[in-house]
Design a protein around this ligand. Structure first.
Ligand code: PGA
Length: 244
């Protein structure tokens, strides 16, 4: 049972269509009734669903966020890209940046840093993802990698108050494997020491079963949930169990 203010971020990745949104009526009803504790729920659907989802959640406290954006905050000739201003225009309040699936496609720390700055300027809140690969963990480089992702990604950003950090070990994403409690507490502590006053979420294979274990991580401020966030009942279960 936790009494802390918690964040739940649903990362739908490249899943979902207009029909899927009907399944979220359940979540809206649940949130209305579940007044037990303080928490924030943020849905990050694909770009195509941002506007309809923001409209759907208009009268509820649920927020909407993008999964990435271009580094240029202005309009421009960038075919296929969406800038942070455009995200704001859909009703989005957040954006996930630095996700390992985008790092794997070639995004480096310097590009992520530009994106964070530009999204902050446009008034978005950031969910900034960091995490080590399995090889880096095996080579005992976790601390070094995380510290450099934080230093470079947050370079020249004075106020971090609109940035949530999501620690997502790459090897835990979609694998069903989660870090050991001690390891996780220690890593979150390291991150909080490096970025004073930061809120740190955990992401990677969070589900309605292992949440009983993960909620006991004393210094975690919430969860970034991929696969399990696509089924409304699973997400509702995760939230309920966190506070039970
Ligand atoms: P997962 O994804 O919960 O499916 O492991 C988490 C993420 O990639 O954000």
């Amino acid at each position: 049972m936790t009494n802390k203010y918690m964040y739940f971020v649903a990362n739908w990745k490249m899943f979902g269509n207009l029909k899927t949104l009907n399944s979220l009526n359940k979540v809206v009803t649940f949130i209305k009734k579940f007044k037990k504790n303080k928490f924030r729920l943020i849905y990050c659907p694909p770009m195509t669903l941002l506007y309809p989802l923001a409209k759907k959640f208009k009268l509820s406290p649920i927020d909407v966020g993008g999964q990435n954006c271009h580094e240029n905050e202005n309009y421009g000739a960038y075919t296929g890209q969406v800038n942070p201003k455009m995200l704001r225009d859909t009703g989005a309040k957040y954006v996930i940046l630095g996700h390992s699936e985008n790092r794997q496609l070639g995004e480096n720390d310097s590009l992520i840093n530009k994106k964070i700055k530009s999204a902050l300027k446009s008034g978005l809140k950031i969910i900034f993802c960091i995490g080590e690969t399995f090889k880096q963990k095996k080579d005992k480089k976790t601390k070094k990698i995380l510290m450099s992702q934080l230093s470079n990604g947050l370079k020249n950003i004075k106020s971090k108050k609109n940035i949530l950090i999501a620690y997502e070990p790459v090897w835990a994403i979609g694998s069903g494997i989660i870090p050991k409690k001690g390891e996780l507490v220690e890593t979150i502590q390291l991150i909080k020491k490096k970025v004073k006053g930061s809120k740190v979420l955990y992401g990677g294979s969070v589900n309605s079963k292992n949440i009983e274990y993960l909620k006991k991580i004393s210094n975690v401020d919430g969860f970034l949930i991929g696969g399990s966030s696509q089924v409304s009942n699973n997400l509702i279960d995760i939230i309920k169990k966190t506070f039970n």
